[in-house]
Design a protein around this ligand. Structure first.
Ligand code: FAD
Length: 319
């Protein structure tokens, strides 16, 4: 690291409020994302609990960029890393409680753990979450769904902190769920959600979870370094069909490949950079448009800066 860059990084760290959780400089985000590619977080913040997160947001200079990271299953972290502060919610925000046929869970909880807790409590209808890698916070942001259900079908309410740390309770309508999207402002951080199910038999729920696991194993390259569906399905069409029709199945750029098993999944074959994966995605978009006239939209969120574009963190600390 250049001396000037290191000095500016130190300056960024010094401008952040005191916390009870942890700050880590130059944290390897690639290791925290499913693709296993990408650069570092200038600073990674893991709050101890909700009060710690709220105090951080309140005390942080407004111009310092903040990026939320769940389990990185829907993210492509660019090779130059992410300037500013990346926040990852940990155990302090991952509690799961059952109340009758509702579950109240922290946004840092693993979606699969939420599904397993619903099984244990005899709450049916949340099984789909067992097959969606990631946190509940990521599932809220993405209105994640599978096998006929998505978050908007099960969320009664969610809570979020705004950029200044103020807490908001949002009912289903205020969450503004549409296909793989929530209308809640991008800089708000989900902290908790209340999910509604119905009374069910734990053994039957377990059976449904097992069916979902089997179907995924058969149809998706879930044991590879991937980011799930790369592109959103356009209205009235399936992204994978358009990609297959455009002859992109198996296409490669560098170490990035289009999955043979499910061609809306990109794969890091072991040596891919984020630039390879992004270039492959753009090549698919180009070929699909040329073949069908449809412009595919990225479902995967791309964060950070390209390797050659990593700026010297400036004294103001802005991204
Ligand atoms: C093998 C595989 C299969 C998949 N299958 C499906 C599927 O069937 N259906 C489906 O919908 N998705 C699927 N996905 C995509 C992904 O699992 C979901 O989008 C998941 O909900 C992302 O959760 P995450 O915690 O990993 O979020 P991340 O990928 O870390 O982040 C995704 C977005 O959410 C934001 N975010 C994360 N946490 C919070 C928070 N607390 N508050 C506000 N914003 C937040 C991030 O800033 C980012 O914009 C799949 C992915 C993989 C790798």
């Amino acid at each position: 690291m250049m001396a000037a860059e290191k000095k500016n990084r130190t300056a960024l760290r010094d401008r952040l409020p005191g916390i009870r959780g942890t700050y880590a400089e130059d944290a390897d985000l690639g290791a925290m994302s499913w693709f296993r590619v990408g650069g570092k977080a200038e600073i990674l913040f893991e709050p101890a609990d909700l009060a710690d997160l709220a105090a951080f947001l309140k005390g942080k200079p407004a111009e310092i960029a903040v990026t939320l990271l769940g389990l990185g299953s829907n993210l492509l972290v660019r090779d130059g890393g992410v300037p500013g502060v990346v926040i990852r919610l940990g155990r302090g925000l991952a509690e799961i409680k059952a109340q009758g046929t509702t579950l109240i869970a922290g946004a840092g909880a693993n979606s699969r753990s939420v599904a397993m807790a619903s099984r244990d409590a005899g709450i049916a209808g949340l099984e789909f979450l067992s097959g969606i890698p990631g946190t509940l916070g990521g599932a809220l942001r993405m209105n994640a769904g599978a096998y006929g259900r998505e978050m908007r079908d099960v969320v009664i309410a969610a809570e979020a902190l705004d950029a200044g740390g103020a807490r908001h309770r949002l009912d289903r309508k205020a969450l503004g769920f549409t296909y793989r999207h929530s209308a809640v402002p991008q800089d708000w951080i989900f902290i908790e959600a209340t999910l509604q199910g119905e009374a069910g038999d734990p053994a039957a729920i377990e059976g449904r979870i097992a069916e979902i696991a089997k179907a995924r194993e058969e149809t998706q390259p879930i044991r590879t370094r991937t980011g799930g569906s790369t592109f959103a399905n356009p209205p009235g069409a399936k992204a994978w069909e358009l990609i297959a029709d455009a002859g992109c199945r198996g296409l490669t750029i560098g170490g990035a490949a289009v999955s043979e098993k499910h061609c809306n999944f990109l794969i890091n074959t072991g040596t891919a950079t984020a630039a390879d994966l992004e270039a492959l995605g753009e090549e698919i978009r180009r070929r699909v448009f040329a073949k069908s006239g449809v412009r595919l939209e990225w479902e995967i969120r791309r964060i950070g800066v390209a390797a050659c574009a990593r700026p010297q963190a400036n004294p103001e600390g802005t991204a």
